[in-house]
Design a protein around this ligand. Sequence first.
Ligand SMILES: [Fe+2]
Length: 292
Amino acid sequence: MEKKVLPYTYEFDINELDAIRACNEDHGFAVVKGLINEEMVEELKADVRRVLEPTCNPAPGATNVALTFIEESPVMARLLTYEPFMQIARHLNYNKPMTLLRSAAIYKKPEAPPMVWHTDWAPREHPYTVDSFLNNLGGSSMWFYLNGTHPDRAGLAIIPDSHTADWPGPVGFAFMDRRKFFYRKGTEPTPSMELDFPEVLPLYTDPGDLIIFAEKTYHAVFPHNGSEVRLSCGTGFHSTNTASLEIWPKPDSTRRFIDSCPPEVRPLVEDYTGIDMKWVQDYNQRSAGGTR
Ligand SMILES: [Fe+2]
């Protein structure tokens, strides 16, 4: 698959702050080249492995996900004091007070199947999901694909300009499940995993690059036909003045993480909610059989 040429630049150097933000706002994504060095890449890879390898299903093609990775990874937490990263995060947020939103890591083995097209955003309507709260605050995702990303080996694909509420969807497709997914018209309404239609942009990045995408941007993942486990981790922030949600009491792991942060990081984490996995389970059980 050839790298697509777009009529605008979407790959930037680390100090092109205005251009990075403008591209993310205008087109729903941006790539920052060489944000972290090889040593940081290796440290993050080691931490993703440490957290996720032991509990990963032994079957080929399995994927394991950590939903509060920063709480378990001191290396990831150090990014909160890594100025080249934080200046981008602050600029995306117009240098207003901001709060850590969430973080995750993914461990994906060779032979993993593709991931369907979806948006991480969810409406604040029943049935609620964790995403209905956390991915509805305007925060962009900031991801490191630590092996680089490539369509041959579980690479990320996105749809440029799909990040607005009135985006009509790709030509020939219709939305389903409150716009979470789309399917090709005239076929069974199951989330599409087609990866070759005109709107698709397969991304090609190197291990130290940062991939930013907006809250609503649609993305999918190619099948993993490579030989290395794909390791990735990401985080995001949102404006503190939208953080008045007291959704669940802070889990113990979240409190411990906040307490472990140095004083200069406190303003970023004191309103951080973490994720209460029990709330996720209970709420899904309640809403599964309940009224909508
Ligand atoms: Fe996603």
